[in-house]
Ligand binder design. Structure first.
Ligand code: SF4
Ligand code: SF4
Length: 501
């Protein structure tokens, strides 16, 4: 007996006075929620299949549709919520691990919202970004510890290889396979136009996107999918993925059903075979092992490209980062527990890892205390939602931020959180050709450029308000931050004072 669908999560409300039975909703819904009944000439709904992606609502020409949360709940209490009970039913039916996508949705503290930014008043004048120059450019990579001079007395301005970004934001790793060709095309084109970078994730680099190499970070994950000499050569930097915020401690799994055509060729694995990346890199069991891979990749790219090591924010992240900073890596990317993903075991997504705000503050402090902060740049991700989150992250010690969920929202994602099904009605987390073509890569790129341009203006305004005219002066400037409603311990870890102090 299946009791999984006794109570669908959403209700489809169709206004019969407005519905003209045009069947747009039927055609647009890959979940097959809407069905035309030819006998009665009306559209029916199978609400058990609805994921509330809002595609039908957005495209209905007469605005006849509304999707609402189903108020008919199971008899829940403070301990057993409607969704917890349904999860038990699901597992009792399937015997399987629960899968979900996107980031941790639980009501845990969002520290960005408990941190306030300073503004100049009277003695330290603010800067008007419309009239005065503001520098949002950042360079990522190892920096010298001290200023040195050449033999002729001039300043030695030579830096080891760096990534140059027009603003302190990049698009985080999303593999081709987890997202569509058109989504990757949008990210690549926008990165080129903006002078920033996007990241291949662990799925290799489609041959059409080699031309965007100067704005591409190529990833090497435990499965090594699509990794070969030309791939490493193609990117501006190489990222070793040790972990990700949405699923720390486990590998990845792209089902064989999605390994078709170009995805299979790009990953260099046979069609239909599951792409399973193991939890660990089987050649890395210590910082010394990591160092070997860092230097192997440097050798392979003739020491011309920065090496990034990406880790999930976990309990002892400061000690881990200290080891990575000594491994020869140029950049550490830390991914907080709210980071999104195309598919993750629900229990891992919702219970493992720590918030990026606390991880960042403790890593930056530890590297400073150990005198090795300049060995590496820090890039943080895991639910950076706005320009103010970026500014707070920089002031807490980050050099730049990674965004992914915000980027896919710009592409049209409606956060229905069912990427793992491969039926994304917005053409993003899917490989089905009829769905992929719904995302126009030119429009996608334009929307990403608009989003980043807007954030850049806001970053300049926030910096100007503080009387700061460059990201460099903001980085690690925790005096510009105050906490609100935080405990002594939280303030101590964040290294900031309470509002009013
Ligand atoms: S798209 Fe709107 S008008 Fe067309 S059939 Fe569906 S509900 Fe009716
Ligand atoms: S990418 Fe698509 S499937 Fe995933 S949450 Fe967004 S709209 Fe839903």
């Amino acid at each position: 007996m299946s009791v999984e669908f006794v109570n669908p999560e959403f209700e489809v409300i169709r206004n019969d006075n407005r519905c003209i039975a045009c069947r747009v909703c039927e055609r647009q819904c890959a979940n097959e929620v809407h069905l035309f009944d030819p006998d009665r000439g009306i559209i029916l709904s199978d609400e058990s299949k609805c994921v509330n992606c809002q595609r039908c609502v957005s495209l209905c020409p007469t605005r006849a549709l509304k999707i609402v949360k189903n108020e008919c709940r199971l008899r829940e209490n403070a301990n057993w919520s409607d969704s917890t009970i349904k999860e038990i039913y699901k597992q009792a039916n399937s015997g399987g691990v629960l899968l979900s996508s996107m980031g941790n949705p639980n009501p845990l503290p969002v520290y960005w919202d408990k941190i306030l930014i300073n503004a100049s008043q009277v003695t330290n004048p603010s800067i008007d970004p419309l009239r005065e120059p503001m520098e949002t450019k950042v360079f990522l990579g190892k920096k010298p510890d001290k200023i040195t001079r050449n033999e002729d007395g001039s300043l030695n301005c030579e830096l080891l290889t760096q990534l140059e970004l027009s603003m302190p934001v990049m698009f985080s790793a999303m593999s081709y396979g987890s997202i569509s060709y058109n989504a990757h095309a949008s990210l690549a084109r926008a990165s080129k136009e903006l002078g920033i970078f996007y990241n291949t994730g662990e799925g290799g680099l489609h041959e059409d996107f080699y031309c965007y190499g100067e704005n591409t970070i190529v990833q090497v994950a435990s499965g090594r999918f699509g990794v070969y000499e030309d791939y490493l050569e193609a990117g501006a930097a190489v990222e070793i993925k040790m972990g990700q915020g949405a699923k720390p401690g486990i590998g990845g799994h792209l089902p064989g059903a999605k390994i078709v055509g170009d995805v299979s060729r790009t990953r260099m694995i046979p069609e239909g075979s599951d792409a399973i990346s193991p939890a660990p890199h089987h050649d890395i069991y210590s910082i010394e092992d990591l160092r070997q891979l860092v230097f192997s990749l440097k050798e392979a790219t003739e020491y011309k490209k920065p090496i990034i090591v990406k880790v999930a924010a976990v309990h002892n992240i400061a000690a881990i980062a200290s080891g990575i900073a000594r491994s020869g890596a140029d950049i550490i990317a830390i991914d907080g527990f709210r980071g999104g993903t195309g598919a993750a075991p629900t229990r891992i997504r919702d219970n493992v890892g720590i918030p990026i705000e606390l991880a960042l503050a403790s890593v930056d402090q530890r590297l400073r205390d150990e005198g090795i902060r300049n060995n590496v740049s820090l890039v943080v991700g895991g639910s950076i939602r706005s320009a103010s989150d970026v500014v707070k992250a920089i002031a807490l010690g980050a050099d730049a931020c990674y965004i992914a969920t915000a980027a896919v929202l710009a592409l049209g994602c409606h956060l229905c959180r069912t990427c793992q099904t491969g039926k994304c009605n917005w053409g993003i987390a899917t490989q089905r050709p009829e769905l992929v073509k719904r995302l126009n890569p030119d429009m996608g790129a334009e929307r990403l450029v608009n989003l980043m341009t807007a954030w850049q203006h806001e970053i300049k305004e926030l910096m100007g308000g503080m009387g700061i005219n460059s990201i460099e002066s903001l980085r690690g400037n925790r005096l510009m931050l105050r906490g609100i409603g935080l405990t002594e311990k939280e303030l101590e870890i964040l290294g900031i004072s309470h509002a009013g102090e």
